[in-house]
Design a binder for this molecule. Structure first.
Ligand code: FAD
Length: 306
């Protein structure tokens, strides 16, 4: 099979999907799709193309067993417009190829991210890296938005004056804030894109980057629907349990056998996260304590929700 054409992906090529107040994501190009994953995997096994169901089954097998290299045969190129503070989080994903607009060469546009009222929230009390779930009172939110807007306008006016006075663009820009929009071309293979999506769709990621990841997930679905569905089922909505948590899970379900706690695992015991010393029995006290028990309960309740 030569060039792989996916009609659903062709249909959205170059279309702008809006994100935040002024940002967007566009699928510029793609290489391969589900068929390419299957084709690459079957090189190993020497078999031809099968039915969609069998192909989806093979993709799911590859995903479950972390046979990741066939997913690397698929690549997606995006054009993204995003605020600089989102770009700084995004750029930490090192396995992509990036071309960003140059503030040394181009005049930066007067475009800044201003959060909507519903996104203006206080510092979270239990998560040092996040905001409270409830937004602030409307009047307070409006005050904060005005303040942000005022700062952005003042910074841009200064920038424009410095450029007009002839200061080098590379210097004129240095006081522009993190809310300024930038643009880049971002190309990544499907395996690493799933890694990006699993981290940036997680509720621990900042809401603004999560919104980009959510749009990107839907674009990815158009390119490789079976792989995306398998990623969602096995990774995005899956939860990983550590040894002590597995023991507690087995105790609750009344399951013994392979992997049940033994004298050997007792050595891992640490305060609050103790591995059990003997085989679990239903009805016993929980094997986990304190924070470890809370984390376990949290995993059972939610898992990863987008
Ligand atoms: C919610 C959240 C909060 C965060 N908070 C912070 C923070 O406070 N401060 C901070 O500095 N960062 C923070 N990060 C960034 C984080 O530490 C990672 O840098 C980022 O998530 C990229 O992950 P990655 O390295 O797996 O991704 P990628 O760079 O895309 O790499 C993908 C995978 O490729 C492999 N790989 C890539 N490059 C190499 C290499 N050079 N050597 C070996 N293996 C490699 C690794 O297996 C890696 O997992 C945060 C991330 C998240 C999701």
């Amino acid at each position: 099979m030569a060039h792989c054409v996916v009609p659903e992906a062709e249909a959205i090529l170059d279309r702008e999907f809006k994100v935040l107040d002024k940002g967007f994501i566009r699928l510029v190009d793609y290489l391969g799709g589900d068929a390419r994953i299957v084709q690459a995997a079957r090189v190993s096994y020497g078999e031809g193309t099968k039915s969609y169901r069998e192909d989806a089954g093979l993709i799911d097998y590859l995903m479950r067993h972390e046979h990741t290299s066939p997913f690397e045969q698929v690549a997606l190129s995006f054009h993204v417009k995003l605020p600089i503070f989102v770009a700084r989080q995004w750029i930490r994903h090192r396995t992509a190829r990036v071309n960003e607009i140059s503030g040394r060469y181009s005049i930066m546009k007067d475009e800044f991210y201003l959060p909507a009222d519903a996104d203006v929230a206080a510092q979270s009390e239990d998560n040092k890296q996040g905001r409270a779930e409830e937004p602030m009172e409307a009047a307070e939110a409006a005050k904060i938005r005005n303040l942000l807007d005022k700062g952005q306008r003042a910074a841009y006016e200064d920038y424009s004056s410095l450029v007009e006075e002839g200061l080098a663009r590379e210097l004129a820009r240095i006081n522009l804030p993190l809310s300024l929009y930038t643009e880049w071309y971002w190309q990544i293979d499907l395996h690493n894109l799933f890694r990006f999506l699993s981290l940036r769709l997680d509720p621990h990621a900042q809401k603004e980057i999560r919104l980009y990841a959510r749009t990107m997930l839907e674009i990815t679905r158009a390119v490789a629907p079976a792989a995306t569905e398998s990623f969602e089922r096995n990774i995005l909505h899956g939860v990983r349990f550590n040894g002590a948590e597995m023991a507690e899970l087995k105790r609750r379900l009344g399951v013994a056998g392979k992997g049940a706690p033994t004298e050997a695992t007792a050595g891992m015991a640490k305060a609050g996260n103790a591995a059990p010393r003997k085989a679990p029995e239903q009805g016993q006290e929980p094997l986990l304590k304190g924070k470890a028990l809370e984390r376990f309960e949290e995993k059972l309740r939610s898992g990863k929700q987008i």
